[in-house]
Design a protein around this ligand. Structure first.
Ligand SMILES: [Zn+2]
Length: 308
C-alpha cells in the first residue's frame, strides 16, 4: 500500500474509532469484578515489546507492531496494526528515524494514546551518543544492555506508572528486578568477549556501534548506509580494500536485510559471513527474548573471532 493510501485509510479508521464509545462504556464488556484490565502497550520492535512485558508483568499486555523478518527501517504499518495502536494506551518506539512511522500513525489518531520516544527520553535522562553524533544520534541503543538498563527501562517504567498510577510501585519493583538481570547479562557478555584475538567486523547496516564499543569490539564500516538500498559497486570495492588493509575477516549480515553484498565482500576477502540479529522474535528459538537475543549475538561474535 502506498503512503497516501495508508494515511487516508488510517484517517478514516481513526475517524471511525473516535465516534465509538469508550471501552467498557457500551461496546466492549468490562473485565470481571476484581480483575483489572491490563495496560495495553504497543511497541514497534520485538526487543522493546519483550522488555515491556518483563517490566509490566501481569499488569501489562505488550504487542510488537513489526512482524518477524521485517526491518523497521523499511516498514509501514498496516491498517490492522494502526487499529491495534488505536486500542492501546501507550506507544513505545525508538525514534531517531528508525521507527517514526509509528509515531506518525499515532499522531494522526486518538488523543488518548501516550507516546514514548525512547531516544529522546534516554537523552533527557543523560544518555549521550558517541562523540560527533550530537546532531542525529544512531538509534540502535537497545543493542547496548547498559543503555537499556540505565535509560530505556527507567523511562518505560515511568511511562507505565503515569499511564497506570495505581500500579506504579509494582512497575518500580519489576524495574529493579529486571535491571539486576541486565547487569548479569552485561557481565556474562563482557566475560565471553574478553581477550578475543580479533575484534573488527563490518556489518550490513549501522546497528552495532554501541554494542561494539561497550564490549571492546569494532564495527569498522557498514555496507548500506540506508538499510534496504543496495550499495554501489564502488562502495563495495572500497569496503574490500578497507577489510584487506585492516585485516577484517568477519562480515555481519542480518536476517531482516539482504545478505548479497555481505557474501560478495566475504568472498573477495576470503572472510566469513555471520548472522547478527538486532530484532529477534517471539517464535525464534534462542532469540525469543531481549536477554536471549543479546546472548545469541555475543555468542555469534565470539565464535567468529575465535574461528569456530
Ligand atoms: Zn537498524
Amino acid at each position: 500500500m502506498n503512503r497516501i493510501a495508508f494515511k487516508t485509510g488510517l484517517l478514516l479508521l481513526l475517524l471511525c474509532t473516535m465516534t465509538l464509545p469508550c471501552a467498557g462504556c457500551a461496546g466492549e464488556p468490562l473485565p470481571p469484578a476484581g480483575e483489572e484490565a491490563p495496560l495495553e502497550i504497543v511497541a514497534t520492535i520485538f526487543p522493546l515489546a519483550d522488555i515491556i512485558s518483563r517490566l509490566g508483568g501481569e499488569k501489562v499486555s505488550a504487542t510488537a507492531l513489526l512482524p518477524a523478518g521485517a526491518s523497521p527501517h523499511t516498514f509501514e504499518p498496516t491498517t490492522e496494526q494502526a487499529r491495534s495502536m488505536a486500542r492501546a494506551q501507550l506507544l513505545c518506539y525508538i525514534g531517531g528515524g528508525l521507527d517514526d512511522w509509528a509515531a506518525q500513525a499515532a499522531a494522526a489518531g486518538s488523543g488518548s494514546l501516550a507516546l514514548l520516544n525512547l531516544l529522546e527520553a534516554a537523552q533527557e535522562r543523560g544518555w549521550s551518543p558517541q562523540p560527533g553524533e550530537d546532531e542525529k544520534p544512531n538509534p540502535h541503543l537497545w543493542l547496548d544492555p547498559i543503555a537499556v538498563r540505565d535509560y530505556l527501562c527507567p523511562a518505560i517504567a515511568e511511562a507505565m506508572g503515569k499511564a497506570d498510577p495505581q500500579n506504579a510501585a509494582y512497575y518500580r519493583s519489576k524495574l529493579a528486578a529486571y535491571q539486576e538481570e541486565l547487569t548479569a547479562l552485561d557481565g556474562e557478555i563482557r566475560a565471553s568477549l574478553e581477550g578475543l584475538p580479533e575484534k573488527s567486523f563490518i556489518s550490513v547496516h549501522a546497528a552495532w556501534q554501541y554494542f561494539a564499543s561497550r564490549y571492546g569490539l569494532d564495527q569498522a564500516a557498514v555496507i548500506a548506509e540506508f538499510p534496504g538500498q543496495e550499495p554501489s559497486a564502488s562502495w563495495i570495492a572500497g569496503l574490500v580494500d578497507l577489510c584487506r588493509s585492516h585485516g577484517v575477516r568477519v562480515v555481519a549480515a542480518e536476517p531482516q536485510l539482504s545478505a548479497a553484498a555481505a557474501e560478495m565482500i566475504a568472498r573477495e576477502i576470503k572472510g566469513r559471513v555471520i548472522l547478527l540479529d538486532p530484532l529477534g522474535g517471539a517464535g525464534l528459538p534462542g532469540r525469543d527474548s531481549y536477554l536471549n537475543l543479546m546472548r545469541y549475538n555475543a555468542a555469534v561474535l565470539k565464535d567468529a573471532f575465535t574461528g569456530q
